[in-house]
Design a protein around this ligand. Structure first.
Ligand code: NAD
Length: 306
């Protein structure tokens, strides 16, 4: 009798913390080079919210600045302050030569118009890349600041040598901050792009039919474990942007899961990102990247970026 062996396929799990650390290392060298030219990059974060999650995100960004040698400037406004106070703060930061990048933590309170805020930021300091001018440049294939999460996704793919050229990429989610800019970056005629891109969303009729034929699936829907292994083809690359809190029987009472059901997807994938520890650390690393880029451009100092 011939013994039967179960062949278990193991995907390579992409370590976002390690890739982000490498990028931060490269940024350290660029920051030293800027320092030799008398420039210390400065990033201003503006928080107008009582939301503990927003407070945590901003303090993580400030902490990351400190670690790499970027000058962090933090401005906090009361959540019920008049909208004009926020616009005035942005105007002051626009005029401040010590500030190279400005990030207003979203969401802003309901009485503040998000578009007005984004348009108030000087496009040269718009390190999130959400000002309409920078969105236009990105769509035109002349991106200056690539939005941080999409840029981080591209860097993760590059880190494991997954080439996007000619690949079928299915993005799940069409938000302004992830899905749309990512789709635009991936279809550009350049080394980071050249993919055939499909963007699925909440009104897509047969999501699995799209994901099943994809070489690369990027999930950014904010729907816990929406993508399961049976929706994927063998050898797929899976990038999970989603971060969802679900109830759990632990001290905190919750745990973080992605938009992908990790175990069943890992059984199909060649490469997969975990949650947490995948895309999350990359977002902050690429914010630092954009700040260093902005500082170099504003002071006319050429620096090599990682
Ligand atoms: P969003 O809510 O603005 O957009 C979600 C998109 O997903 C929408 O376009 C919607 O049409 C689509 N969608 C929702 N449910 C769907 C379904 N069942 N089938 C198909 N499409 C569906 O979200 P966002 O701001 O882009 O964020 C998406 C997820 O990524 C969230 O979990 C968020 O927390 C996470 N996120 C993580 C990072 C990071 O750094 N790791 C950064 C940004 C966002």
């Amino acid at each position: 009798m011939v013994a039967e062996f179960a062949v278990t396929h193991m995907a390579t799990v992409i370590d976002g913390n390690a890739v982000a650390a490498e990028i931060r290392g490269g940024l350290g060298e660029a920051i030293d080079a800027l320092g030799d030219a008398g420039v210390t990059p400065g990033l201003a974060t503006v928080l107008m919210s009582d939301d503990p999650a927003s407070e945590t995100y901003v303090s993580m960004k400030q902490h990351a600045c400190e670690e790499v040698g970027i000058n962090g400037i933090h401005v906090e406004l009361a959540a019920d302050a008049p909208a004009e106070e926020l616009y005035e703060t942005i105007a002051e930061l626009n005029d401040d030569p010590e500030v190279n990048g400005i990030l207003v933590q979203m969401p802003v309170p309901d009485h503040v118009d998000e578009s007005t805020v984004l348009e108030a930021i000087d496009p040269a300091k718009d390190v999130d890349g959400f000002h309409p001018f920078n969105v236009g440049r990105l769509v035109a294939g002349e991106a200056r600041f690539r939005p941080c999460t999409p840029h981080g996704v591209l860097k993760l793919l590059e880190s494991v040598g997954v080439d996007t050229e000619g690949k079928d990429v299915v993005i799940v989610g069409r938000s302004q901050i992830v899905g749309k800019p990512l789709a635009n970056l991936l279809l550009q005629k350049n080394a980071d792009g050249n993919a055939t891109v499909t963007v699925c969303h909440s009104r897509t009729t047969d999501l699995a039919a799209h994901t099943r034929r994809a070489d690369i699936v990027i999930a950014a829907a904010g729907a816990p474990e929406l993508i399961t292994g049976d929706m994927l083809t063998d050898g797929v690359t899976v990038i999970d942007v989603g971060v969802n809190r679900v109830d759990a029987d632990n001290e905190k009472g919750y745990e973080l899961v992605g938009d992908v059901e990790f175990d069943s997807a890992e059984a199909k994938a060649e490469y997969i990102t975990p949650v947490p520890g995948g895309v999350g650390p990359m977002t902050i690393a690429m914010l630092l990247y954009n700040t260093v880029l902005a500082a170099g451009e504003q002071h006319d100092v050429r620096v090599a970026l990682p």
